[in-house]
Design a protein around this ligand. Structure first.
Ligand code: TYC
Length: 112
């Protein structure tokens, strides 16, 4: 028993061991972010896409029109970056809105 107490009071066994990494700052890993993207198609009206960008992504008309044109010309564009939960909600809202209006507009998310 006394041997144990003496050992506990003594130096750490790993003292001076270069393989032991000393933590210098607390781990505060930020949650991953997700890009939400709109995909081009041949049928969804441009004005509908502009309305989606205004309604669900808080863009003004000029911003929304510009991003819509980028999707139209390039095939897709990132329309926002969010936490996983918010990104999922945005995708679901856009997909539901498009479905209700019978447009084939596609919205997806991808880890940044
Ligand atoms: N390409 C469509 C058209 O010419 C417009 C469009 C833009 C559709 C963006 C989808 O995500 C989209 N009517």
């Amino acid at each position: 028993m006394i041997e144990k107490l003496i050992k506990m009071a003594g130096p750490r066994e790993d003292e001076g061991d270069p393989s032991v990494v000393v933590e210098t700052r607390p781990k505060t890993k930020r949650p991953p972010l997700y890009k939400v993207m709109l995909l081009n198609d041949d049928y969804t009206p441009m004005e509908f896409v502009v309305a989606v960008l205004e309604r669900f992504f808080g863009m003004n008309h000029a911003e929304a029109f510009e991003i819509m044109l980028t999707v139209h010309k390039k095939g897709l564009a990132v329309v926002g970056v969010f936490s996983h939960e918010i990104a999922e909600t945005k995708v679901a809202q856009v997909m539901d809105f498009a479905r209700r209006h019978q447009h084939p507009l596609q919205c997806t998310m991808e880890k940044e």
